[in-house]
Design a protein around this ligand. Structure first.
Ligand SMILES: Nc1ncnc2c1ncn2[C@@H]1O[C@H](COP(=O)(O)OP(=O)(O)OP(=O)(O)O)[C@@H](O)[C@H]1O
Ligand SMILES: [Mg+2]
Length: 604
């Protein structure tokens, strides 16, 4: 459960506990019925298992006492018990197996779904500071570990507990001294196993860390294999990896030596129990305190306990590892959501599309402010160009409008409504963005374009593609609109990717349109033809265009010139040129339509 008041959670996201144990309980809670059934089956199986020595005891005693009467007659009951115990063991264990099959994949599905749904509501800042692959890995690792933890408890620890309890009860019944001796052994053994597993855990963790480090190094090297080849550094790379592999070997050995020491303890402890049970039971038999059957049962039970206790340390170790994995996953994913809808947030209805920044303060990292008291009004239906040197805050301006980040001060209004109080989904439905570096889903081109509006026909998709001049290259691809685009769209050229991004935004047809360098990767001929489609799509929308190529924005209604987070000039192209300020400077410095990388000779 969220513990403090700072814990913000998007209301659509599942309510997940932040503590590891609570999280495990939360995931298991919906399978209560199955878990209880499984506990019953495991109890049945363990009990059946332990009662076998008891059945043998009865058989032995009957054999010992049979004086004259037909043996089979006497043995009927104990033999029946033996048969029923075996049948019960089969039935219980296989039913438990069936429950595992029914429940296991569902439990894993639930954990994955819940963590993914929670993750979706994190902010761009969160996704910017975590690797996508690492997050996906965390989710699957956590889901797997919740399953393993459940199985450890249900199929390992619980049956062991049942076995130990019933065995000790049976032994106490045979002879108190014998029962107490075994009980003492069990107590010491379990405590020591737990203690040793805890001591071994850091070694095992360090070993796991070196393994994943080696993995990371190999992935990095494979990703950069072309670099290695072009610099003739293949041999160097092998040597480089050798260093890390050596660390892995050392760490592995350290862990295995520790485990070996634990095994010494286990073997010695087992031997002590075996020998002392035999010796003690023999003395009891010798003094006629117990029967021959009870003697055999005691030995049988001791062997059963030893069998179950073997690997207990390893099981504890694995258990700690699973719980550690879950803790990691929960710590990473179940964090407060940075940007959430207010409880009374309402949907946005856009009439004009007027955008207002009111005393906005913003910084990404609270050290370097990007905006300090930024004020600007963009009228509905206005087409505004944003220009400025790289890093002057243009993309940030747009990100704030989309509420990807929360300003530290001031407010942003759309048609007079503070976007803080608007449902984010409705805000995003009304604003279309073609980002600086559009990325696509690794799905078909059709699906990528149709993402703008899920209910449209193939014909509409093609029409949008035609308007964005994407149709011509899609048609000649082997699978046409069904072609897959590769991870993030890598199988397309930068310009093709941009055209797909334009097509899907044309389909979306939102009242506010933002183009962040939307045509920067296109050659000037294609750009010109697309520009016409874009102008058509702009219609009466409010449009914000960010461009480094000033010629693409010169014709707009208004131009805002950004400089280090401030709007230093504001007006139409001709006016700004006449002012002979920064815009004029940039315009005259443009070589071939592009801005220079940075302001080399500042305007006076
Ligand atoms: N995710 C981020 N985290 C931290 N700082 C950032 C982040 N994104 C941008 N910045 C910083 O904020 C400032 C403004 O960046 P922004 O991306 O808004 O510039 P821009 O005007 O769009 O530049 P460009 O023309 O190169 O796209 C820069 O100093 C940049 O380093
Ligand atoms: Mg930018």
């Amino acid at each position: 459960m969220p513990k403090n008041k700072d814990f913000q959670r998007a209301s659509e996201a599942p309510l997940l506990p932040t503590g590891t144990i609570h999280f495990i309980m939360h995931c298991l809670a919906r399978f209560k019925g199955w878990i209880i059934l499984m506990l019953i089956m495991e109890t049945g199986q363990a009990t059946g298992n332990i009662l076998v020595p008891y059945a043998i005891k009865s058989i032995m005693d009957s054999v010992a006492q049979s004086n004259g009467t037909p043996l089979l007659e006497n043995l009927r009951v104990p033999l029946l018990l033996l048969v029923s115990l075996n049948i019960a063991e089969i039935v219980f264990s296989r039913t438990s197996g069936a429950i595992l099959i029914i429940m296991g994949p569902r439990l894993r599905q639930y954990t994955t779904k819940a963590l993914y749904a929670y993750l979706q509501y994190h902010s761009p800042r969160y996704f910017g500071s975590h690797f996508a692959g690492a997050l996906a890995h965390r989710i699957s690792e956590t889901a797997m570990s919740v399953n393993h933890t459940a199985w450890s408890i249900l199929c390992d620890f619980w049956p062991i507990l049942v076995t130990f309890t019933i065995s000790i009860a049976l032994l106490l019944n045979v002879n108190q001294g014998l029962g107490l001796m075994v009980a003492g052994w069990v107590f010491v053994y379990v405590s020591l196993s737990y203690f040793l597993a805890k001591r071994c855990q850091p070694y095992a963790q360090a070993y796991a860390a070196t393994r994943s480090q080696v993995n990371g190094k190999i992935v990095d090297a494979v990703t950069n294999s072309l670099n290695a080849k072009l610099f003739a550094r293949l041999h160097f790379e092998r040597q480089y990896l050798d260093g890390f592999l050596e660390t892995e070997v050392k760490s592995g050995r350290r862990t295995f030596w520790y485990m070996e020491r634990i095994r010494w303890f286990q073997f010695i402890a087992a031997a002590i129990l075996k020998v002392s049970t035999v010796y003690y039971a023999l003395t009891l038999w010798d003094s006629n305190i117990i029967t021959v059957g009870a003697f055999t049962m005691s030995i049988g039970l001791a062997l059963l306990i030893i069998n179950d206790a073997r690997n207990l340390t390893r099981r504890f170790l694995e258990f700690f590892e699973y719980v550690g994995n879950i803790a990691n996953g929960v710590d990473t994913i179940v964090q407060p959501h940075e940007i959430v809808d207010k409880p009374d947030a309402s949907p946005l209805t856009i009439n004009q599309g007027r955008i207002e920044f009111c005393n906005v303060n913003f910084s990404y990292d609270s050290q370097r402010p990007v905006f300090d008291q930024l004020n600007v009004v963009i009228q509905g239906g206005q087409r505004v160009g944003l220009v400025g040197f790289s890093g002057s805050g243009k993309s940030t301006f747009v990100s704030l409008m989309l509420r990807s980040y929360q300003p530290q001060g001031g407010k942003i209004l759309i048609d007079g409504e503070d976007i803080q109080y608007i449902l984010q989904d409705s805000l995003h439905e009304q604003i279309s963005l073609i980002p600086q570096d559009p990325s696509l889903f690794h799905r078909s081109l059709k699906e990528n374009i149709g993402y703008g509006r899920l209910d449209v026909s193939d014909k509409a998709i093609q029409l949008a593609a035609k308007q964005a001049h994407a149709d011509e290259f899609i048609k000649i691809m082997p699978d046409g609109y069904d072609s897959l685009v590769g991870e993030r769209g890598v199988k397309l050229s930068g310009g093709q990717r941009q055209r797909i991004a334009i097509a899907r935004v044309l389909l979306k047809d939102a009242p506010i349109l933002i183009l962040d360098e939307a045509t920067s990767s296109l050659d000037s001929v294609t750009e010109k033809t697309i520009q016409e489609s874009l102008d058509l799509a702009m219609g009466r929308k409010t449009v914000i265009v960010i461009a480094h190529r000033l010629s693409t924005i010169a014709h707009l209604d208004r131009i805002l010139v950004f400089d280090q987070g401030r709007i230093v000039e504001d007006g139409q192209h001709e006016q700004l040129l006449a002012q002979k300020g920064l815009y004029h400077h940039m315009w005259t410095m443009q070589a071939g339509g592009f801005l220079p990388e940075q302001n080399t000779t500042p305007p006076n």
